[in-house]
Design a protein around this ligand. Structure first.
Ligand code: SAH
Length: 199
């Protein structure tokens, strides 16, 4: 998977390649999809949600330009696969999931497999995680219509947010916060499930 789908397509950050090699994707897949666990495709995880295609997970992780001491917030825990990848690279991962059973299931997988630096919260991701903010990076794995301003507030100066934005047509952006402004880079067209807005 790592050679054919990820390195071949130009991911070169060694931390990302090592994390993608060391985390078994099948423990996060649905038992009916075990034969597809390493395939070049997103997979269903129940409740209408999916684990992203491995390449997209690697791409978003590399785009966040992570360092070993970073504390990262992920919105949309889903299966927990992206959190597990992040946990192999950074110091602490905080992840928020709005669907209770998905969050609980991810917690169980982390516990059973010794992922100790991942903290799961079942809540609405638009609020972020005020008590442990600010973050060095925020990775959003569901697509809001616009960039959530509260989440930008919870990003450190120098921090990076990787976020798909849009309804039918979505673009993946990297937003970098400086002391004066937000630098916005358009990275790639993507397709994510919508980030549910309960307001
Ligand atoms: N990162 C996941 C894939 C996420 S799919 C993985 O690696 O498997 C998107 C997830 O975002 C879904 O689980 C969905 O329930 C969740 N989600 C959607 N809207 C949300 C919101 N407002 N707050 C938190 N999670 C949300």
């Amino acid at each position: 998977m790592v050679e054919d789908q990820i390195r071949y397509r130009g991911i070169y950050d060694t931390n990302v390649l090592e994390a993608m090699s060391s985390v078994p994707r099948h423990i996060f897949a649905n038992e009916y999809d075990l034969d597809l666990a390493y395939a070049d495709t997103p997979l269903p995880v129940g409740y209408g949600q999916t684990i992203s295609q491995p390449y997209i997970v690697a791409y978003m992780t590399e785009a966040a330009m992570l360092k070993n001491n970073d504390r990262v917030l992920e919105i949309g825990t889903g299966s927990g696969y992206q959190s597990a990848i992040l946990s192999r690279i950074v110091k602490e991962v905080y992840t928020i999931e709005i669907i209770g059973p998905l969050g609980e299931n991810a917690k169980k997988i982390f516990k059973e497999n010794g992922y100790k630096n991942i903290h799961v919260r079942i809540d609405d991701g638009y609020k972020g995680w005020q008590e442990v903010a600010p973050f060095d990076a925020i990775i959003i794995t569901a697509a809001p219509k616009d960039v959530p301003q509260e989440l930008l507030k919870q990003l450190k100066v120098g921090g990076r947010m990787i976020i798909p934005v849009g309804v039918f047509i979505q673009e993946l952006f990297r937003l970098t916060k400086t002391d004066k402004k937000i630098i916005k880079e358009n990275l790639l067209p993507v397709r994510f499930v919508p980030m549910v807005d309960k307001k």
